[in-house]
Design a binder for this molecule. Structure first.
Ligand SMILES: [Fe+2]
Length: 296
């Protein structure tokens, strides 16, 4: 039995004022405390990016987070989100100092400088499950897709970790349309590769929109985990043995049941999630999932 913790959008901000996400300030600090106390419960920690707010402009934010996770001495997979490695040129015009495109090779970006090869192309078979983590920039200037295609061709069942949702995660409201443009030129290829049935991807884990969502795609599952420090303050636990992959969702104790300022009530409901609270937090089908393993 293997027990994994999945987190997303942990958004460490080194500023103490003028915060991009003021509501997360206390939760980010208590998250690191919680990790210290609970690390022994997990064999692996996977984080679907946006570990910082301004990592594309301030390498020190990325370095701080790496130090915190290194200190846990638990194996981890951390891949970058748009706040850690900006995927789209000219985003710095929209979010100066926060989401700055780095006009350089992947190897020269802040994220690669801190997390190295494993931070942008992670590949390891653990207990007969192939874990693949990837970074992607729009239009794929870093050759991620061809690398990913090769990795996906191994015979193992797979768990893939990225930052971006690849499909609409809600039937209506902001998550049905927001915010797929950042990697729009690579979205179709990614989705086709990851959910190609011959690749045996059991689940693709992502973050970005700060909602809990589980959607079946072909024979795999597209699983978005909400932010650990904003809105519903969520985390997932994944239990894997020879027969199953069992996923459950949990919520941090604290100021965790408010809707937050990221979503407005007009754009946060669909037929399955009638109010902003359940839209962010997710319903039962977004929170619990049992996946049968394939027989070897
Ligand atoms: Fe993001």
């Amino acid at each position: 039995m293997m027990k994994i913790l999945h987190l997303a959008d942990t958004h460490y901000d080194q500023n103490t004022e003028n915060l991009h996400y003021p509501a997360s300030k206390e939760m980010v600090l208590s998250l690191f405390e919680w990790l210290k106390e609970n690390k022994n419960s997990y064999d692996l920690i996977m984080i679907s990016g946006d570990i910082t707010v301004k990592g594309t402009a301030f390498i020190s934010e990325l370095q701080y987070v790496k130090e915190k996770f290194d200190a846990l001495s638990v194996p981890y997979i951390i891949i970058p989100g748009n706040h850690d490695l900006c995927p789209l040129k000219e985003m710095e015009k929209r979010y100066p100092g926060i989401e700055e495109y780095e006009y350089t090779s992947l190897e020269n970006t802040n994220f690669f400088q801190v997390f190295g090869e494993k931070g942008v192309r992670f590949s390891q078979v653990i207990n007969q499950v192939h874990f693949i983590g990837f970074s992607i920039r729009n239009g794929d200037p870093d050759g991620t897709l061809s690398w990913l295609r090769k990795e996906l061709e191994t015979p193992y069942e797979k768990i893939v970790i990225g930052h971006y949702p690849l499909i609409p995660t809600r039937l209506d409201g902001f998550c049905s349309t927001w915010d797929y443009f950042r990697i729009e030129n690579s979205l179709g290829d990614l989705k086709n590769l990851i959910f190609d049935e011959t690749h045996h991807v059991k689940a693709y884990f992502c973050g970005h929109q700060h909602v809990n969502s589980i959607v079946k795609v072909n024979r795999g599952f597209h699983i978005e985990t909400a932010s650990a420090v904003l809105g519903s303050c969520s985390y997932r636990e994944i239990l894997i043995d020879n027969e199953k992959i069992d996923i459950s969702t949990h919520f941090f104790i604290g100021e965790n049941d408010w809707v937050g300022v990221l979503v407005s009530s007009e754009t946060s409901h669909d037929v399955l999630h009638g109010d902003p609270y359940s839209y962010q937090r997710g319903n039962q089908n977004d929170l619990y999932l049992y996946i049968e393993r394939e027989s070897p």
